[in-house]
Design a binder for this molecule. Structure first.
Ligand code: M6R
Length: 606
């Protein structure tokens, strides 16, 4: 993945581009570049490494100009190098382009263009776009026409921002299967891969749709399809604020976002529940009551943390709403050939709303005529727009690559959706009353952060970890293992505790600790027996146990206490120590937990 920022307006473009790139650094950070256009001159700078290197390289130089494009790269075609960093340009230094995505037919294009005399300076797929447009310009076409002609030849996925250096009073943007937004300011416009890059600049966002081109001037915008026919667009108000997008008093976004847990759960249920009456109101689902009544089977399609939240959702929908559920990795669902009956609905769960596999799963569901629902955090994102109905998480921007607060809000939203769809409302009032207590209970767990930090220090030399849970805490264990892997690079496996003796038990020994999620509930006796088996093999156990539960004292080497709650709500509490444990493990090892190696926040390529 890569990140794109563009600016045109009355102000200076460089500061806008640099702060935007910093916000997008999670998308890639092996090299970066900027091109600024003013009074017939183009000022370019590229550098290897993170955005602060580019920032230092531009400091003191003349980079004034009120039109500019910039890019942070995550290498796909060609090694990280200044030559391969964007912006790329044509031979005549007229066409400047930054790109996110993959030009699949770039080899053919490059060969064709070299045959026509073009000289390439990089190994990237992107450079072919600049030369291709130049080639069409030679035919006497204007820039917009040349761009359309080029887009018709390009195969693949792209978000492109372009400038014609002969006419820097316009910024061009094009989108196909890679996200791109336009920010609308007063006398200025912005382009970005993701609206988080524009926080503090504008709250008014236009999401470009696939197959659209935007021609942006400082005082107006024109959006057309590839046939140059104007397409309608909507300006969406993003309620994110600058404070939410800054670390504040926290050393890392990940820690800040874990500590936002109580507010995130509150925000997900605020205005949606009436605990006294046991009622749930979800505006996003109210327009399709008949279709919802027709749901006979639900497929939840998601990736990573959202998939694990979906696995918890499976219990909610089956046990509360009596709807059979299957949770599938979106990347598998999209290629699976399975028979559908008309009562099947597909629920896409995605924080970013831009994950390529989840989007493809959703589109497949639509092609098969199925009802599509969504639980999405980013307002106006592609998945949110393409589902038939859905609800937003209201979790605010999640900046850390490792998803933490989004998981909590997804679990809360899945619960609300299951309660909403349930025909038998018995017991809902008790669940909702307890849901209102959850934020306070999360706060009590967060107060134990120093203890969890010490525990992660105690186990910092362990090379492997097993995470165990049962029922609602089984997906929580999977999520805990993913968190530890992502930010500390320690090998971790999540497992249903009952599955232990069918294989994983073979790994257990004094050097292989287990993190067991074992709150007191209807299945505690079973999990305690599983822990006995581990103890008998001298495996160290860190247990997440209910306050005042003494039954684990003799089994566990270490205990983390969580307040008692109703079983379906346990993941909202038990995941917090796991997130903190992973966070501290990564920090102790000196890793950048907000930007783990090899990972990107929103995976917009397959
Ligand atoms: O934006 P999405 O929720 O669709 O993203 C799905 C996964 O890519 C994401 O949860 C990923 O696994 C995170 N790095 C987990 O921390």
């Amino acid at each position: 993945m890569c990140g794109i920022v563009g600016y045109i307006g009355d102000g200076e473009s460089l500061p806008v581009l640099l702060t935007g790139l910093k916000a997008l650094e999670y998308r890639g950070y092996d090299s970066a570049g900027v091109a600024i256009f003013s009074r017939g001159a183009v000022k370019e700078k590229k550098s290897l490494g993170r955005i602060n290197v580019l920032e230092a390289a531009t400091k003191g130089g003349d980079f004034s100009g009120s039109t500019g494009i910039a890019h942070t790269r995550w290498a796909t075609h060609g090694v990280p190098s200044e030559a391969n960093a964007h912006p790329h340009r044509d031979c005549g230094r007229r066409v400047f382009v930054v790109h996110n995505g993959i030009i699949e037919n770039y080899r053919e294009l490059k060969e064709y263009l070299i045959g026509r005399g073009h000289k390439f300076l990089s190994e990237t797929d992107t450079e072919s776009v600049a030369h291709l447009i130049e080639d069409f310009l030679k035919d006497g076409r204007d820039f917009k026409d040349a761009l359309f002609a080029a887009l018709k030849m390009i195969k693949g996925a792209y978000a492109l921002a372009l400038v014609d250096s002969n006419d820097p009073e316009k910024l061009y943007a094009a989108r196909l299967s890679s996200p791109l937004v336009v920010g609308v300011g007063a006398g200025e416009y912005f382009l970005a891969s993701d609206p988080s890059a524009l926080i503090g600049r504008t709250k008014d966002i236009i999401y470009l749709k696939d197959g659209e081109v935007a021609v942006v001037r400082r005082d107006n915008i024109e959006i057309v399809n590839f046939e140059n026919v104007p397409t309608p667009y909507e300006i969406i108000k993003l309620e994110w604020n600058l404070e939410e997008a800054q670390k504040g008093k926290y050393p890392h976004f990940m820690l800040k976002e874990i500590f936002e847990g109580p507010e995130v759960v509150r925000a997900a249920f605020r205005g949606r529940i009436n605990a006294k009456d046991g009622a749930v109101k979800l505006g996003g689902l109210e327009l399709i009551p008949e279709k919802l009544k027709g749901i006979k089977r639900l497929v939840i399609a998601a990736c990573g943390t959202s998939y694990y939240a979906g696995l918890i959702g499976e219990y909610f929908f089956e046990e509360i709403a009596d709807i059979p559920v299957e949770v599938q990795f979106a990347s598998e669902f999209r290629y699976r050939r399975e028979p559908f009956d008309p009562g099947t609905a597909v629920l896409a769960v995605s924080q970013s709303g831009e994950t390529a596999d989840t989007l493809a799963a959703l589109r497949k569901a639509k092609e098969n005529g199925l009802l599509t629902l969504g639980i999405v955090n980013v307002v106006g994102s592609t998945i949110a727009r393409e589902t038939d109905a859905g609800i937003y998480n209201h979790a605010g921007p999640e900046i850390g690559v490792a998803s933490t607060k989004a998981f909590l809000s997804q679990v809360t939203c899945l619960l609300l959706m299951a309660l909403y769809l349930a025909k038998d409302k018995t017991g809902q009032s008790a669940l909702l009353r307890e849901l209102e207590n959850i934020p306070g209970k999360i706060e009590k767990i967060l107060a134990q952060a120093p203890l969890i930090e010490k525990l992660s220090e105690k186990y910092q030399d362990s090379q492997n970890f097993l995470f165990l849970g049962r029922r609602y805490n089984y997906p929580t264990a999977l999520e805990g293992a993913l968190k530890l892997k992502e930010v500390s690079y320690i090998h971790a496996e999540g497992c249903g505790a009952g599955e232990m003796k069918h294989g994983p038990l073979a790994m257990i020994g004094p050097d292989f600790p287990t993190l067991a999620i074992a709150p007191q509930n209807g299945i505690s006796d079973k999990i305690n027996s599983n822990l006995e088996e581990i103890k008998a093999r001298r495996g160290p156990i860190v247990a997440i146990a209910t306050e005042n539960d003494e039954s684990l004292g003799s089994l566990a080497s270490d205990l983390i206490r969580v307040p008692a709650t109703l079983e379906p709500l346990e993941p909202l509490l038990t995941v917090i120590p796991l997130q903190l444990f992973a966070y501290y493990a990564g920090v102790k090892k000196g890793y950048d937990v907000d930007k783990p190696r090899n990972l990107a926040k929103s995976v917009t390529v397959e």
